[in-house]
Design a protein around this ligand. Sequence first.
Ligand SMILES: [Zn+2]
Ligand SMILES: [Zn+2]
Length: 463
Amino acid sequence: MLRILLLLLTTLALRADDKADLLRNMDTGAAHYGDVSRQIWNFAETGFKETKSAALLRSELKAAGFTLAENVGGMPTAFTATWGHGQPVIGIMGEYDALPGLSQDVATERKPLAAGAPGHACGHNLLGAASLFAAIEVRRWMERNKIPGTLRYYGTPAEEGGGGKIYMIRAGAFKDVDVVLTWHPADNNASNLGSSLAMISGAFRFYGKASHAAIAPEKGRSALDGLMIMTTAVEFLREHTPDFTRIHYVVTNGGAASNIVPEYAELQLTARNPSMPVLDDIWERIQKCAQAGALASETRMEMEVSSSYWNELPNDALGALLDRNLRRVGGFTYSPEEQAFAEKLPGIAADLSSHEQIQPPMRETGLASSDAGDVSWVVPTGTFGTATFVPGIQPHTWQAAACAGSGIGRKGMVVAAKTLALSAMDLFTDPAQVAAAKASFEKRRAGYQYLSHIPANKAPIAH
Ligand SMILES: [Zn+2]
Ligand SMILES: [Zn+2]
């Protein structure tokens, strides 16, 4: 008994030292991975076109001894990199796609690096690089200490609308993994016990009959009429939808000329709600609005789902684990130059110090949607955010793109990488943590069945 206790104490003491060693190693390695993030920031490639970004991440992982699986799910910029063998299998996800039109220099006013070009306004250059940094450091620690288990980096393309992770799920890439960890750039440091909005996006296509709008209007049937009756019905529907529902749309084809009765019209519509089953009901009702438009205008309507993300399923055990490790890592301070940069950036919060602390775990439902949500329904997934953006700066803005290329972004990225690494160490050495993550997962998803709304025969395409 005493021997077992002594052994246990030695193991725990070793583990505490291991964590301190790893954090020190990561301080030394930070500049290199900061440079990787900066290169991806410069590449600024949009979804499914992240050729150079994915190649850079793959080459780093290959050099560190990981085994690559490329072209996962038929997507050239999707890959996995695996090291080790046996149980448990712990995954760390990375993203690296940019956003169209948001090219921006590290500057405090709007200053594109190239007019109209993409930019990293969601900070995915940091997301991919921090996850890479964590994976390589954890792999070194596993080898040094002969830790059993399998570590896998998931290179997940096209988060911004393309849903790369959904096609990776379909390809079976998550079948054998026990726990997945990920993070997202934010304007504060907090583990995430909240959710996101489930989302369905589709094209509504109306087919009518062309005719001369002045000579023979009675012979025409306007596809645009069908579309407009649909949107009118959707506006009336909006009043009778549950709280936090979002419905937004654009007309992508409204006909060719006003003197021709439009024979074709197309609407792209996105609907969101915190719950996928509730959203399913709303989506049915939106389709009725579309059918009403077709009926009234004597046109034909076809609907095609183009994209759909599930809301994130929070994992209580992993949220708590990430919170503990995030607190151990702690926040960071700005240099005088970074402080001056932050103060001049439009849109900042009144309190510019929140990056120095760790906030309580976030429990609200975020109003965005992500394909990380889909992963969270098929495998226990833990997620958190770090303050890569100056407090008050929201993603998808030029200010966020500026932060993602700055020293502030890189400091937040190191906090993320360290938190991921410490949490992976806990999962590899403490089976109770993996069991707790699985129990939280089963409890939260009980009564639901995950099925992506993206048609099974649909190929991954950029949006
Ligand atoms: Zn985004
Ligand atoms: Zn994002």
